[in-house]
Write a protein that binds this ligand. Structure first.
Ligand SMILES: [Zn+2]
Length: 430
């Protein structure tokens, strides 16, 4: 499919966040050509579609660097409870009732939310990577799947098998080594994983230092804080990423930087579960690679990168008691480039020939985006999902003006998800 998007304001996130008017041609999943001259209106070339962007903003889409997409089924089902009780009473028992078909449909629901919110890729950790790979690739959305290795629902053998199969199954799918968290993996299993990733020379991802309790418990059991404990097992020799990173010591932050490990900030989830505020400014100043993610819809409850950007920005200002501590442009970079880098995707943030055609078109003429004093600050401080006109992944338009093209009937999907929830919460397993 050859698509021409013209009359656009084009945002370049590679440097000074320049915005210039121009047009973009897309072909074969890639950006084929970008031109900024004013005579670009006349074309000899034949396109399958030509889209007048009416002066709206074309930019690289958001990359969600941490999610558990299928947890849409628990959205607003069990809120406002202490986290351990929420996990024990609501999350684990209900997850045990999920069939593969349940997981697939709840992931499709998340994909609808992603693309209607300008998200072009998600780094997903959940129970059935095979199902995730199948669902995302069929919908046309990019997914970086992380093995959620733990002591209860997965194994080293399964990880090794998935690593080989899912890294070659589809161009939109990649698979990374990971484990759920230090506190859900026994030492022998982590040591074995460390041996394997050393051979594979691959980065490792996990939840880490999300809560103060988790850190205290790890210190009590191992004598080390979580990052230092895992690092002592050799798990981060090839970099990787940690999700949350709320309760880190200064020394850990130094070692995280030295290992080239990314930290994914999950502000919505951290606020709602009262986990704390990640030391963003300190990590930024120490040169940590920073990314942004929503976490799962059970704990957020929204898969909305606009909200994550806003929360991350204002929490940083509040924690530092300094309104000038972090510029909006850096927060936007985190949501696009920082997350892409963490996920192992192309991360220049540039709309240029040869890059993947993972782009969004944002409506600049809704009241919340006017006046156009500063478009980047408008996006971070005033933007919301209603500003997303179009989301394109690998050159295919998955969402446009309220309509989805994801290979399934979206109305039917909503009804199926509702029926599945009814069954799961009634206590039935089939
Ligand atoms: Zn998580």
């Amino acid at each position: 499919m050859k698509i021409r998007l013209y009359n656009a304001r084009i945002l370049d996130l590679s440097g000074d966040h320049n915005i210039r008017c121009g047009e973009v041609c897309v072909s074969g999943g890639l950006i084929e050509k970008v031109s900024y001259d004013n005579n670009a209106g006349s074309h000899e070339e034949v396109f399958d579609r030509q889209i007048d962007c009416h002066g709206n903003l074309l930019m690289r889409g958001f990359n969600n660097a941490h999610a558990h997409s299928a947890m849409t089924f628990l959205r607003s089902r069990a809120d406002d409870k202490p986290t351990p009780i929420w996990l024990k009473d609501d999350v684990f028992p209900n997850e045990a009732k999920l069939t593969d078909e349940d997981i697939a449909d709840f992931q499709r629901l998340a994909i609808m939310e992603y693309v209607s919110g300008g998200i072009v890729s998600a780094m997903d950790m959940y129970l059935r990577p095979d199902v995730t790979a199948e669902v995302f690739s069929k919908a046309g959305m990019r997914a970086v799947i992380v093995s959620g290795l733990n002591d209860f629902t997965s194994s080293i053998e399964r990880f090794q098998d998935e690593f080989v199969r899912l890294n070659s199954m589809h161009p939109l799918i990649s698979y990374k080594a990971g484990f759920h968290a230090e506190y859900t993996c026994r030492k022998e299993r982590l040591e074995r994983l460390s041996e394997i990733v050393r051979e594979l020379k691959c980065p490792v991802y996990c939840h880490l230092s999300e809560t103060a309790f988790e850190v205290e418990d790890c210190v009590r059991r191992t004598g080390c804080t979580p990052f230092d404990y895992l690092d002592s097992l050799g798990l981060f020799e090839n970099g990787g990423g940690i999700y949350h990173g709320v309760h880190l010591t200064d020394e850990e932050i130094d070692r995280i930087r030295d290992r080239g490990v990314h930290v994914v900030i999950n502000s919505g989830s951290n606020c709602k579960l009262a986990s704390g505020i990640a030391p963003l400014k300190k990590m930024h100043d120490k040169g940590i690679r920073l990314a942004l993610g929503t976490d799962g819809p059970a704990s957020n409850n929204s898969l909305d990168m606009f909200r994550e950007m806003y929360l991350t920005s204002v929490l940083c200002k509040l924690a530092e008691k300094d309104a000038a501590c972090m510029d909006a442009s850096f927060i936007l970079d985190m949501a696009v480039k920082g997350s892409a880098g963490c996920m192992g995707l192309e991360d220049s943030g540039q709309i240029k020939a040869g890059n993947p055609a993972d782009m969004i078109l944002l409506d600049l003429f809704k009241p919340n985006m006017q006046p156009l004093n500063n478009i980047v600050k408008n996006i971070v401080y005033a933007g919301n999902v209603s500003n997303v006109i179009m989301t394109m992944v690998a050159g295919r338009i998955l969402y446009e003006n309220g309509e989805y093209d994801l290979g399934f009937d979206t109305e039917e999907l909503l009804a199926k998800c509702a029926a599945r929830c009814k069954r799961i919460f009634s206590g039935d397993t089939k």
